[in-house]
Design a protein around this ligand. Structure first.
Ligand code: FA5
Length: 344
């Protein structure tokens, strides 16, 4: 009996002596682990209670509890002392140097792709166009079928598509499916709308083509809308954006959802050494496809092609920014290199 109690008191004396030598937080934590922790010596001493004779238990238990209280209290005050010392040391440090320069904040700015989108939208707004937001995730029906491209139509090959795991749902390859949404929302009334947004194509990336890029769709529907209106709208838009010195070229093309169809090019700056490479030797960069809305598309949108006609276009705003600033690689837009972005 005497030995068990003595052992307890020796443990207490040893623990207090070691605690007095702890001068920092790390030493204190280690001490706590050694004596008061779950695998500490006091726990082991308490466990001994079970092995003692019945009459020895009360005195041993009471003494063990006293030692536990004494060590816990000593541990608390040792923490106090360490904190006190740290605070005093901090206060004795030389004062804050208010003459040190502060941390500067970098001023953010709009991404050049956003800026050009807004500029283009403003030009069309002045011509009476409304902005309509359409979705980036589409059904096959809107991206292809309603645009006069039924399943297995060879024209679908023009757009290599990212399909989702849900059958019939894909990332839109162009903003043209928005034409159907606008027409259905307008419910037979005349339309003059532009639809800016992101498109996705599984394309070979090149200085002119990305797998993710902006387009701006335009749609005008009403009685007596003609090809001359399309040509006039596009050329006056190009003049507004590029200025009178740049040339606009309109050439015949094919899209299943317009008839007739055209493509529009702008001349690449003549003095730029990248002209040959980026225009494949032609001197022109294509900025949009366009045409008169196909009767089947008008019908899919709920309009009677015997009563109304319309024109549509789909343009690439990033290509236009390339033309405006002689940017030699479209991939620069999404690389997040501040050396590029900060120039705008
Ligand atoms: C189309 O996407 C048609 N939907 C355009 C259209 C709309 C025609 C309405 C008729 C009526 P196209 O694939 O040519 O067409 O793309 C149109 C424009 O988007 C191109 O002129 C180009 O400026 C831009 N573009 C196309 N693919 C990419 C790409 N991978 N990266 C960057 N810009 C692109």
């Amino acid at each position: 009996m005497a030995t068990a109690l003595e052992e307890l008191r020796e443990l207490e004396a040893r623990a207090l002596a070691e605690l007095a030598a702890c001068t920092d937080e790390g030493a204190l934590r280690a001490w706590h682990g050694r004596y008061l922790g779950d695998k500490g010596q006091l726990k082991a001493a308490l466990a001994k209670l079970g092995t003692l004779a019945k009459e020895e238990k009360p005195a041993y238990g009471a003494e063990a509890n006293r030692v536990k209280g004494s060590l816990s209290a000593a541990y608390e005050s040792a923490w106090e002392a360490v904190r006190e010392r740290a605070l005093t040391a901090e206060l004795e440090q030389p004062g804050i140097d208010v003459t040190l320069p502060g941390r500067t904040w970098r001023r953010g700015r709009l991404h050049p792709a956003t800026t050009i989108l807004r500029r283009i939208c403003r030009i069309f707004a002045e011509m009476g166009f409304q902005v309509y937001r359409s979705r980036e995730v589409e059904t096959e029906a809107y991206n292809f079928d309603y645009l006069n491209m039924p399943a297995h139509h060879p024209a679908r090959d023009m757009w290599d598509t990212f399909f989702t795991t849900t059958p019939g749902v894909l990332l839109r390859t162009h903003t043209s499916p928005g034409q159907i949404h606008v027409m259905r929302a307008a419910g037979g009334r005349p339309i003059r709308a532009i639809l800016p947004g992101m498109c996705y194509r599984n394309e070979a990336i090149s200085p002119r083509s990305e797998i993710q890029f902006y387009q701006i769709e335009g749609l005008v529907v009403g009685e007596g809308v003609t090809f001359a209106d399309l040509k006039g709208t596009i050329t006056s838009f190009a003049r507004r954006l590029f200025g009178p010195q740049r040339q606009v070229r309109i050439r015949g093309s094919y899209f299943p959802f317009t008839e007739p169809s055209i493509e529009v090019d702008i001349d690449w700056p003549a003095d730029d050494p990248n002209r040959e490479r980026l225009t494949k030797g032609t001197g022109w960069l294509e900025i949009m496809g366009a045409g008169m809305v196909h009767p089947k598309v008008l019908e899919a949108g709920g309009y009677d092609p015997r009563r109304v006609t319309g024109f549509a276009f789909g343009m690439g705003p990033q290509r236009m920014l390339m033309l405006l600033h002689a940017i030699d690689d479209i991939r620069l837009f999404w690389q997040n290199d501040l050396r590029f972005l900060q120039q705008f």
